[in-house]
Design a protein. Structure first.
Length: 101
């Protein structure tokens, strides 16, 4: 009677429970970390692709400027009268279009 109540689980059931636990952890990471990060990256890419001359932008380093030139990978910002700085497009954090506040 004592042996029937306290039997060791077999190897198959412990393997299945381990696999289920790993799948559950992966799903939690996917939906809480990976998927939202991919969504933010897609939104930032659309923001970068929609840049045009005249847009007012803020870089990731906090510099405010107006777009005066665009290349494939770089952007030319006018930060003051006659002062222009070249940045990578990826450094753009916020875009304020003309007519928006």
């Amino acid at each position: 009677m004592y042996l029937l109540l306290f039997q060791q689980p077999d190897a198959t059931s412990s393997l299945i429970s381990t696999i289920i636990m790993f799948v559950a952890i992966f799903l939690i990471f996917y939906f809480l970390i990976i998927r939202p990060q991919q969504k933010r990256a897609r939104e930032h890419q659309k923001l970068i692709e929609s840049l045009k001359k005249g847009d007012k932008v803020i870089t990731s380093s906090g510099i405010h400027g107006k777009v005066v030139g665009l290349d494939d990978r770089t952007i030319l910002l006018e930060v003051d009268d006659g002062v222009k700085i070249k940045f990578e497009k990826a450094a753009i954090a916020v875009v304020n279009r003309e007519g928006q506040s």
